[in-house]
Ligand binder design. Structure first.
Ligand code: SF4
Ligand code: SF4
Length: 101
């Protein structure tokens, strides 16, 4: 079990969580930040500093963001966002493709 960064980080990326992590397992990329699931020691120290409540224990992710556990995991070990998002629709594209009202 590890902590997972979910959708609210997209577009914010203020990195408030990074210095809070005692094992430096939060990595920045272009779209968002990602937590290394094997390096995370489940301390929860990153949750409070996040201004948009983007970080959850994997088993407490809201239903609609459950896939972020896989997205965070897939980012590693290559630190590749292409790999992280392979098979998933990035939020900006999801909105673009959403039916018009
Ligand atoms: S739960 Fe702790 S170890 Fe895991 S990412 Fe957050 S601060 Fe780092
Ligand atoms: S503190 Fe929250 S919004 Fe800021 S980079 Fe970390 S996860 Fe993203």
């Amino acid at each position: 079990m590890a902590y997972v960064i979910a959708e609210p980080c997209v577009g914010v990326k203020d990195k408030a969580c990074v210095p809070a992590c005692p094992v430096d397992c939060i990595y920045e990329a272009q779209k968002m930040l990602y937590i290394h699931p094997d390096e995370c020691i489940d301390c929860g120290a990153c949750v409070e500093p996040c201004p948009v409540q983007a970080i959850f224990p994997a088993d407490e992710l809201p239903e609609k963001w459950k896939f972020y556990a896989q997205v965070n995991k897939n980012f590693f070990p290559e630190k590749s966002e292409d790999k992280a998002w392979n098979g998933q629709v990035f939020p900006a594209e999801r909105e673009k493709n959403a039916p018009k009202h």
